[in-house]
Design a protein around this ligand. Sequence first.
Ligand code: COA
Ligand code: ZN
Length: 320
Amino acid sequence: MSVGAVAWHGAGRRIHLQEVGPRDGLQMEPAFVPTAEKIALVDALSATGLPGIEVTAFVSPAAIPALRDAEVVMREIARRPGVLYTALVPNVRGAERAIESRADGLNLVMSASETHNLANLRMARAQSFASLAQVVATARGAGVVVNVSLSCAFGCPMEGDVAEAEVFGLVQRFADLGVGGITLCDTTGMAYPTQVARLVAAARARWPGMAFTLHFHNTRGMGLANVLAAIDAGADRFDASLGGLGGCPYAPGASGNVCSEEIVHALQLMGYDTGVDLSALVAAARRLPALIGHGIPSQIAQAGARLDLHPVPGDFEAIR
Ligand code: COA
Ligand code: ZN
């Protein structure tokens, strides 16, 4: 799949993408995707060159029935060396299940917004933090990598703007626990490029040793613009979802994540190195509608890459 000449902008700079389609992408799907199909999806993603895949979530099966098969999926995927297989966990029970199922890394989740934390996790933020502090200790004992995802870091669909001080207060508390990775999540697509640039620059300046990941949703069409603004502000780690699926069922108005193949396509054109095979990714995305029973937001799955040329219309010679 050809995108054309590489522009100077990225100059080969490595951008690290974590695929969250099997987790964020499937968590809100109304029809249950059979376990074997989930495993096949992760295995296909493993073959694309993606360095990390969030495979599933070890949450309450009553809260997220779509991922009630987390153990089987995590255990039965074919592990490819060099790929980090992670899982979302909200509490100690989730961490224990994930570690038993041989997750390489845990993605701890809580919200920067009190209201969204209560809606999504049925806990106050203080309670979530206390529970996640225990998870950090458990993971350390098990030798498992930990990252913390902070939902609603760019705004909450129920509270509105979330103060930077709220977000950074939580980053500091997790940094104090020795956590080395934080994901700033735009759970319902409220982030906009100048806000992203400001928050990313401030976060990187304050915690230069922290690995910050950005997690955007394209709910208001600003997903790719936000990715580019974050890169310009120094970010180099992003979550993205195959086909542009995704959304939190406990965040009103949530819709799809930024689309993995759209980001790989755009970044490749601009001279960044994602290490991902675009053709393999698009092929996997084009299999999604059969899996989930409806269309996908991905523009690239529909249109193809920039230089996937179309045949000349049949009557062209007559008018030349
Ligand atoms: N995995 C599986 N089961 C779990 C669990 C976990 N991580 N955590 C709790 N449970 C079970 C408990 O064992 C209990 O089961 P029982 O009724 O059979 O005794 C039941 O869930 C209720 O436990 P409780 O601690 O009272 O949890 P809760 O009902 O207050 O829910 C969460 C709290 C965090 C478990 C739940 O809100 C959740 O899983 N949320 C995740 C939402 C999500 O994934 N959103 C999208 C991603 S951001
Ligand atoms: Zn999300």
